[in-house]
Design a protein around this ligand. Structure first.
Ligand SMILES: [Zn+2]
Length: 312
């Protein structure tokens, strides 16, 4: 496989879908909803990636499904894999083990047919403790990126960051490690600004300035709801746009499925059809989207629909 920077020059790079919600639906990941109000950032165990060591076959199978659907990139399931988040879920001492195992599994399935990206997300410290915790976030993110580099990822996907300030920290850590990074913010409750008050255009400019090889958005919205913010980013960005929307209907007053009452136990009632992803794939080239995948709610059928759309 050519490096990600080369692939981005050649056309639309097809990513993969969402891992944690799909594996939760298959019975291998804890949503935490039995214990706490999920989505507050205050909880402990929700949606963490210990499946990589506890049920590796389930994760291996999902990687295989995405690969056969057409993904050019498999994300190692290292989302929420900082020691900070894993500590609160009771897996802190397994931080090295989980990150290494997740990358190994993804590489094993990818072989020479796909690149492997390390997924790095927010620590949730900023939500709980505010901006004063950014130095602590830096230590945790830097540690995880070191582990991912040692495990041999091809590049990083920095995703589902709510604060641009924490994304900047992550991009600095990626640059320090010498790994290329795709950077995508998540916007909630509306697509007009991120949690620390920056517009999508500002986010795109800053992420590109910090060295991201592609910038964009992931999670929270379905494709049609996300498209206006991607256009705003495209107009402001010197680098390709990355988009990994979720597959859940949102509402005019709330553009964020994790803020809707259906999250996490009634998501089936707001599921978006794969047809919307097919159309999104068809428009990717004309919308200037260089990296295209799915997030929560997207299984292999959605990635296949994207792939068919891009190919038309
Ligand atoms: Zn998601």
């Amino acid at each position: 496989m050519k490096p990600i920077t080369e692939l981005l020059k050649q056309g639309v790079v097809l990513g993969d879908g969402g891992y944690l919600i799909e594996l939760e639906r298959r019975g291998y990941v804890d949503s935490g909803s039995g214990r706490e109000k999920v989505g507050t950032g205050r909880g402990s165990g929700q949606f963490t990636p210990e499946v990589a060591i506890e049920n590796p076959d389930a994760l291996r199978e999902l990687h295989r499904e995405f690969l056969s659907a057409g993904s050019h990139v498999l994300q190692a399931l290292t989302f929420f894999g900082t020691r900070e988040k894993l500590n609160r879920a009771g897996y802190g001492s397994d931080t090295e083990h989980i990150n290494a195992a997740a990358v190994k599994l993804a590489k094993e399935v990818a072989g020479d047919k796909a690149l492997v990206a390390g997924s790095v997300s927010r620590t949730q410290l900023t939500e709980r403790e505010g901006m004063a915790s950014l130095d602590k976030s830096r230590d945790h993110i830097a540690e995880q990126i070191r582990l991912l580099k040692d495990a041999g990822v091809d590049f990083l996907i920095l995703e589902t960051f709510f604060h641009l300030a924490e994304m900047k920290v992550a991009l600095q850590c990626a640059a320090y490690a010498g790994l290329p990074a795709v950077a995508t913010m998540s916007f909630r409750p509306l697509i007009t600004q991120c949690t620390d008050g920056h517009t999508p255009a500002e986010c795109a400019r800053v992420m590109a300035d910090c060295g991201a090889i592609a910038v964009g958005a992931n999670c929270e919205q379905e494709p049609t709801r996300m498209l206006p913010l991607l256009r705003e980013m495209r107009a402001a960005s010197p680098v390709p746009i990355a988009a990994q929307p979720s597959a859940f209907h949102t509402a005019d007053e709330c553009h964020s499925f994790t803020r809707l009452p259906a999250f996490p136990d009634d998501l089936e009632t707001i599921q978006v059809s794969r047809r919307e992803f097919h159309k999104f794939g068809q428009s990717a080239k004309s919308e200037g989207i260089g990296y295209l995948g799915g997030c929560c709610g997207c299984n292999a059928a959605y990635i296949r629909a994207l792939a068919l759309g891009v190919g038309e």
